[in-house]
Write a protein of this length. Structure first.
Length: 412
């Protein structure tokens, strides 16, 4: 097992786990030691409303695909630090930062990360990015796994062959389910043709909802290992099933969240829906794209790129090794679902000890409830205010729709 796999295993291991759960945790650690996410699946609009960033904000975020670390720069924070246990995500973010700084035009940047593929991308990489990219990231993009070497060559070829959004383990997962959905008569990308909310619902009912009635789909999606494709570790799956009301199954949860994604928000600007149902962004009108990919934001982001730093590691370690009040805004994605009581308490204690009052912490969960409420010691929990009503309202606005809860805490 590689050192990175061991690091991930440490993050997902629960000492109280059964032998079966322990095996699943080890399998997930091996699976997660790879390029998992080609984009992030947390809505930055919701994040920004909760975080209230300004010029004094010092942001610490888990990177994932790196999109939101760039999106946060548009709010003019003092700095943004993105960390991730998965080094492959840091390699992607480093590529984005370098491309933002050194590609000569917005069109070149959009070709890389908007279209995700273009004939000129590889030459632009060689000319503008590679000479300035850090050694580890460059080695990653200019190498490949044994299978990858035979299929597409170097990873940088993702940006010419197939496209970035066809690759990554999450991308392969979505590609498989798209092909499978068509095999059973469903056409998820038809939802993108909707012009009104009413049309969105009709197209969902016709082309997406029947997918969840297929017997094989019901069988496969009940398996925790299937959720590896979405980056969901075994204990997060357990949290999700624990929240089920009597009479409801896991397939009901998937159906509800897919419908929320397809129907509850305007399809013309919901880039999460575009990626989920078509594996691409709106490259024509460029409304359903992340803010960091919009032309009106390009110059500002280019000027502010030096305020963003990407590092391999854990948020707990990053807080501990910095001076007091180094950070006052925290984005933990869904990491609280991964953590056991000990690691969760260590993280929140480090915030309580080393951060200023008013610091804001946000995260999402597979289920509706916050695991912080039951897993932190009472004296430590008392140091934070849980903005529960605000959290519930913000959750309703989350266009990604893949989580069951959004949570905002404020250090007293």
């Amino acid at each position: 097992m590689s050192s990175n796999e061991q690091t991930v295993l440490g993050a997902v291991t629960h000492t109280e786990a059964s032998k079966k759960q322990g095996l699943m945790q080890r399998l997930f650690a091996v699976w997660f030691d790879a390029f998992v996410y080609n984009q992030i699946w947390e809505d930055p609009r919701v994040d920004l409303e909760a975080l209230q960033l300004d010029k004094h904000s010092r942001v610490l975020t888990i990177s994932s695909g790196g999109c939101n670390a760039l999106n946060y720069l548009l709010e003019n924070p003092q700095r943004v630090t993105a960390v991730d246990l998965n080094r492959h995500h840091i390699y992607l973010l480093n590529l984005k930062i370098c491309a933002l700084k050194y590609l000569p035009t917005y069109g070149d940047f959009f070709a890389f990360f908007g279209f995700g593929k273009h004939e000129e991308n590889i030459e632009n990489y060689r000319k503008y990015i590679a000479p300035r990219l850090d050694a580890d990231s460059r080695s990653f993009w200019e190498s490949a796994s044994l299978v990858g070497r035979m299929v597409h060559g170097k990873r940088i070829n993702f940006f010419r062959k197939g496209g970035l959004y066809e690759h990554s383990r999450n991308g392969y997962f979505l590609r498989f389910f798209h092909k499978f959905s068509r095999a059973v008569g469903c056409k998820p990308d038809e939802i993108l043709k909707a012009k009104t909310p009413e049309e969105q619902e009709k197209l969902y009912d016709k082309y997406i909802d029947p997918f969840f009635d297929n017997l094989l789909v019901k069988t496969v999606t009940r398996l925790p290992v299937t959720l590896f494709g979405l980056g969901i570790p075994p204990q997060q799956y357990e949290e999700l099933t624990r929240d089920l009301d009597q009479g409801r199954s896991i397939i009901d949860v998937y159906r509800e969240r897919a419908k929320r994604l397809a129907v509850d928000y305007p399809i013309y600007e919901n880039y999460f829906a575009w990626q989920a149902f078509a594996r691409k962004y709106d490259t024509e009108n460029r409304q359903a794209v992340p803010e960091y990919l919009k032309e009106e934001n390009y110059r500002k982001l280019k000027r502010m790129a030096d305020r963003l730093e990407a590092k391999t590691g854990s948020v707990t370690d990053e807080i501990k090794k910095n001076e007091f009040a180094a950070f006052n805004r925290f984005i933990f994605l869904d990491a609280q679902d991964w953590m056991n009581k000990k690691s969760m308490a260590e993280l929140w204690q480090s915030i309580a000890d080393r951060c200023e009052s008013g610091s804001r912490i946000i995260f999402r969960t597979a289920g509706a409830s916050s695991p912080v409420e039951n897993n932190l010691p009472a004296d430590l929990l008392a140091k934070f205010e849980y903005a529960q009503d605000v959290s519930r309202e913000l959750f309703k606005k989350d266009r990604a729709s893949i989580y069951g809860g959004f949570h905002l805490y404020i250090l007293k």
